[in-house]
Design a protein around this ligand. Structure first.
Ligand code: DGL
Length: 257
């Protein structure tokens, strides 16, 4: 049975979920967080939904058996593929997912043009189709499957010329003609500045703060909020278990986004 002394497990296919983790810590500084990045199996967005479900299930099983009181799926792709089955498997553990922040983007840009940058898998699944149908009449919603972008970010060199060239080929055609950009993959907030260099001054929308508020309300509802006064702890683990990889996670964690 989960109890308030337990930790919050947070996972993603790799470094991207660290953008969510930072918001979770801002919102809930007394909680202990354990982050797991499945970098050995990234990118999830190029896999089948069944594969992403199996990978997400294995990570969640391990976190719950180690004492997680809640699990945050800090990945849009894994949320779309796995959140519902995982909630059915663990009815007593709050499982919080992320989804592209299309609602706030559309509400802030009514009748405007809104790009949704996400993985090919996220954009192909029912969850996004429903979201797009719900909000697509109030603004023009333009989905952009960003094949290759997670891979580039996982390499860690965010100033590389080929990263800039990839962004140019993915979104360059929309320069000067979009009002808002939804960062529908948790890796992308780390390249916000690089996207701005291609698209100019646009408004960005991501899922970090909304996910953090949702985690707080779920912990409150289940009586699982940490009761201690000290600051919480944070630890990192990766399926690519090397010093270099963990140093990369620490570097992304320290980054201003
Ligand atoms: N950060 C994941 C997401 O939010 C990336 C998925 C991937 O590995 O392709 O979708």
């Amino acid at each position: 049975m989960a109890d308030s002394q337990g930790f919050v497990g947070v996972f993603d296919s790799g470094v991207g979920g660290i953008s969510i983790l930072k918001c979770l810590i801002d919102e809930l500084p007394h909680e202990d967080f354990r982050f797991f990045g499945d970098s050995a199996n990234a990118p999830y967005g190029d896999r089948s939904a069944d594969e992403v479900l199996a990978l997400s299930r294995a990570i969640t099983d391990a976190m719950v058996s180690e004492g997680a009181k809640a699990v945050v799926i800090a990945c849009n792709t894994a949320t779309a593929a796995a959140a519902e089955p995982l909630r059915r498997a663990y009815p007593d553990v709050p499982i919080i997912g992320v989804e592209p922040a299309l609602k706030p983007a559309v509400l802030a840009n009514l009748q405007g043009r809104v790009l949704v940058m996400a993985t090919a898998l996220t954009l192909s699944l029912e969850k996004f189709h429903r979201l797009s149908k719900r909000w697509g009449s109030a603004a023009e919603v333009i989905p952009v499957p960003c094949v290759g972008l997670v891979d580039r970010i996982e390499h860690g060199d965010l100033d590389a010329n080929d990263l800039h060239a990839l962004l140019e080929s993915l979104v360059g055609e929309h320069r000067g003609s979009v009002d808002g950009v939804v960062l529908g993959c948790t890796h992308y907030p780390f390249v916000k500045q690089q996207i701005r260099e291609v698209l100019g001054d646009v408004a960005f929308y991501d899922s970090g703060e909304g996910t953090a508020r949702r985690l707080r309300s779920q912990l409150e509802e289940h009586g699982l909020l940490a009761t201690r006064d000290r600051a919480g702890t944070v630890s990192f683990a990766s399926s690519r278990d090397t010093q270099e990889e963990l140093a990369l996670y620490e570097r992304f964690f320290a980054m201003q986004i």
